[in-house]
Design a protein around this ligand. Structure first.
Ligand SMILES: *Cc1c(COP(=O)(O)O)cnc(C)c1O
Length: 407
């Protein structure tokens, strides 16, 4: 008898992920390149600041930014960004955070960009200043002068989310132009903006000073990782506030090690971002995943995902209980199948089918964000070819069983 695997011993059975890369299911599939790097990194020891320096080189090469660093997610990178924009290179200020007394701590952003992830900016002690209005279908929701007017002597940065609600917000270039005229940096939340791979360079080119990406969503890196790309002095401040700082001043070589002695200040104390630490496995895994991602054949990958979505659609088309449609690029970044339970009135039925799919065998998780509209989405990005038949079989069975399995 074969020995049960580590997860089997815990009584866990893997589920079928038709939800797409989501933290609650573990992110995306870990790329082979990342797996290999993570296993190797865990067997040896490496100074973390030197690993971060290598990450910076890779991030810089693939994004066009001056520098980069790795933290425990895009959210962590945003937290570090806010801390960096407030403390800059002042290690006494770093030591004081999240107490922002005497510091510039206001971050200006579109009201339409407020979202539950911005908690991470507030957690640093920063205060969000909202600009523009919502609910004006005949007008853009924000004006350039409103951003100008929101700047005070306590403003430390602007914040921008991509992809955002384009009708309610100003373009990133406009925001960056205003910010830079006032010598302020722009922080961009691009956590879920990969693919397309062009976005690696796009926001930096459009004027962003710090851009946060997830490691565990589009690129197939460790789920507990994210990377920050941006201006050198801000990235150095960010990573300094995260790295382990129990280090003797005489041996201090800076957050990027002896090869990059540009940050003379320090060592700081353990910073406000210390809880966002990453190990050598995450840094090495992120670097490997990112290098692999930029080399990948994105068109072939898109075609593979499209073929999976199409096979699902073909399998579901014509079933009773719900209607299906296939949504493909350019209409959506990710090919997916929409299962429609007759609109808003179908919401209870959509919820019931989603629940039954999760509870049956094998367990299937679909994207439930539009349940209130009576829709379930089946995302192909996190599916593998061999899962299609059983997925189709189970979705058809659940949809065609009026009243659900529990009736
Ligand atoms: C996923 C996401 C985050 C968080 O990213 P993590 O890498 O999971 O920390 C932040 N902002 C947005 C818009 C996201 O979609």
């Amino acid at each position: 008898m074969t020995k049960p695997s580590a997860l089997e011993r815990l009584g866990l059975t893997p589920v079928i992920n038709a939800n797409g890369a989501a933290s609650r299911l573990g992110g995306n599939l870990l790329s082979a390149a990342a797996q290999e790097a993570m296993i190797e990194a865990g067997q040896r020891f490496f100074p973390l600041n030197e690993l971060q320096a290598r990450a910076s080189e890779t991030i810089s090469r693939v994004t066009g930014a001056e520098a980069g660093c790795v933290a425990s997610g895009a959210a962590a990178c945003l937290f570090l960004s806010a801390a960096a924009c407030m403390a800059r290179d002042d290690i006494a200020a770093m030591d004081r955070l999240p107490n922002t007394e005497g510091l510039r701590n206001e971050i200006v952003m579109h009201r339409a960009h407020r979202n539950p992830y911005d908690h991470v900016l507030r957690a640093t002690g920063a205060r969000l200043v909202e600009v523009g209005y919502l609910g004006t279908p005949s007008n853009p929701g924000a004006r350039a002068w409103e951003f100008e007017a929101a700047i005070t002597d306590r403003t430390c940065a602007f914040f921008y989310v991509v992809p955002g609600l384009s009708t309610e917000v100003l373009p990133l270039q406009t925001i960056a132009e205003i910010a830079h005229r006032h010598d302020l940096p722009v922080i961009v939340d691009a956590a879920g903006a990969l693919p397309p791979a062009e976005n690696l360079t796009r926001f930096i080119r459009e004027g962003a000073d710090l851009v946060a990406f997830s490691g565990g969503k589009g690129i197939g890196g460790p789920a507990g990782s994210g990377f920050l790309a941006g201006r050198r002095e801000l990235v150095l401040s960010a990573t300094l506030q995260q790295q382990d700082m129990y280090i003797h001043p005489t041996l201090w070589a800076g957050p990027f090690g002896p090869a990059a002695p540009t940050f003379s200040n320090g060592p700081a104390r353990q910073g406000v971002g210390r809880m966002l630490k990453v190990g050598r496995e995450e840094i090495a895994g992120l670097i490997a995943a990112l290098e692999d991602y930029v080399e990948r054949d994105h068109a072939a990958e898109q075609a593979r995902t499209l073929a999976i979505a199409r096979a699902i659609f073909d399998g579901l088309d014509g079933m009773t209980g719900a209607s299906c449609s296939l949504v493909t690029p350019p209409e959506a970044t990710w090919p997916h199948v929409v299962v429609d339970f007759a609109g808003d009135g179908g919401a209870p039925r959509a919820a019931e089918v989603a629940r039954n799919l999760r509870e049956g065998s094998p367990r299937i998780f679909c994207l439930d964000a539009w349940i209130d509209k009576g829709l379930l989405m089946l995302q192909a990005t996190t599916l593998q070819e061999h899962e299609v038949d059983v997925l189709v079989e189970r979705v058809v069975a659940e949809c065609e069983t009026e009243g659900g399995r529990h009736a």
